[in-house]
Ligand binder design. Sequence first.
Ligand code: NAD
Length: 269
Amino acid sequence: MTDLPGIVVTGASGRMGQTLIKLIGDSDKAQLVAALERPGHDWVGKDVGVAIGGAAIGVTVTDDPLPAFAQAQAVIDFTSPAATVAFSELAAQARAVHVIGTTGLTDEDIETIGHAAHHAVVVRAGNMSLGVNLLTKLTRMVAEALDEDFDIEVIEAHHHHKVDAPSGTALMLGEAAAQGRGVSLKDVRDSGRDGITGARKRGDIGFSAIRGGDIIGEHDVMFAAPGERIVLRHMATDRALFARGAIRAALWGQDKKPGHYDMMDVLGL
Ligand code: NAD
């Protein structure tokens, strides 16, 4: 082992987990010190390099989080809300930076994670890419500049395995639009229209979700007014984009004070 910051990847067999393990393996700034899967998963006990289809790397997949976190400087976590909430407490105990990419967290989950952030650095973002974080900033600016004559709609598309909707990124964009307008998203959110919904309410922020094939992630923010329309768009074509952002966040967090940060902080936007 070198003295590069050590990273644990949770959800090692997942789409993001495997991408992270490959990228950390190729990195000269960080090293993989542990890989975690849920109890009962058939990767547990196997060398993670072999499990992802390559050569052995001497890291055995474990299902026991605390000893894994205790030997690491950062935990990169793209799993499920229940797992992430449990990991936040353990990562704080281990004083490891917790980078959270998991989406679908409830307000209560976020509050629990907030408690952990009193003791350790937590970086949480519904999207870890530079492009989307820039888009978030632009969305806020455009929403601030336009009045409610412009209906705001967030349209997202993802692969058919995705279990939550709207996506974490769509909600992040909706939050930015609401902030730009000086309102709370809770009061104006309009998701999942179906049937006789009645006319659109002025000032609402609408969400639509498309699910299909292997779409990695596409997001449009539409500002539609009588006679004109502005559309801000981001398209992700490679999952490694999110993994690179997560590794950057893990390294950025090393010398920061405990707190709940996001990718805007990491990217200095
Ligand atoms: P996935 O289903 O392919 O992988 C999730 C993995 O987590 C699975 O291997 C599962 O076994 C594992 N897991 C679940 N509970 C666990 C536990 N208790 N301990 C250890 N491992 C556990 O999903 P995915 O496509 O990799 O996405 C994972 C999450 O990340 C989703 O919430 C997704 O929306 C989110 N995501 C976020 C970003 C971002 O930039 N923030 C980008 C892509 C995906």
